[in-house]
Design a protein around this ligand. Sequence first.
Ligand SMILES: Nc1ncnc2c1ncn2[C@@H]1O[C@H](COP(=O)(O)OP(=O)(O)OP(=O)(O)O)[C@@H](O)[C@H]1O
Ligand SMILES: [Mg+2]
Length: 260
Amino acid sequence: MTNSYVAELRDVTMQFEDKLVLDDLSLKIQPQDRLVILGQSGSGKSTILRLILGILSPNSGSVFFKQFEITRLPRRKLQRVRRHIGMVYQYSALLSSLTVRDNVALPLEETTDKTREEVDRIVDEKLELVGMKDTRNLMPSELSGGMRKRVSLARALVLEPELILFDEPVAGLDPVMSSVIDELIITLSEKSKVTSIIVTHEMDSAFRIATRMAMLYQGKIIEEGKPEKLKQSKNPVVSQFLSGSTEGPILEEISDASTA
Ligand SMILES: Nc1ncnc2c1ncn2[C@@H]1O[C@H](COP(=O)(O)OP(=O)(O)OP(=O)(O)O)[C@@H](O)[C@H]1O
Ligand SMILES: [Mg+2]
């Protein structure tokens, strides 16, 4: 059976020791979706991204990237499939001993046999796309947080991924830089037909980027759909999360847990 979704989690349960993080969760990502995953700290958002990358295996259920069942692929095949998925990590995860150019070139050098000239051309093209071409010879320590994020995005793009996973792409950035990154995410999906999944806590950014949203709570997707649908949600957890209010079920559950 072929899968017309770019990615899918099907009845996924993920438990770490006795902590149930994802509880029979299902989620589908359509081509060119920009799906924003919302949820409290510790709710399992990064876990979802790691499952799609095949870094983690679920206790039960299946994870698909296109027609490939990530959970069943042999290691070598998984490595090959993973090249079609770009990941922008929360803390940029650039190698501090390498220049910007070498950081961005790394996936190409590790997985292709392109010549130095070809690699340089691709690196320059991707750095140009994120407005960072002038920094190619700098070290990561010489860059601001926003610049590092952009370099990290350039690195995620060099293998021309079909799906990009963003873990908190604008956390810690100023509002202007956040908008720049948001615009880049939108441009990528519109011009390059890339599908993306974005985990974020920043509501302004979430509503700017999202074509769809999913709210994760207590191991399940409790609301999913167009941004408008989440805005109008009658679910008290969703409306509390979107408004950032201290009144509602979210803190009650935390204080219940801490007094238990
Ligand atoms: N490898 C692991 N071993 C044990 N527990 C883990 C592991 N990875 C995640 N967890 C636990 O699973 C839960 C969900 O973690 P996850 O990182 O997915 O949360 P998150 O929603 O991304 O949170 P944040 O918004 O703070 O980044 C947390 O309670 C975390 O402690
Ligand atoms: Mg996380």
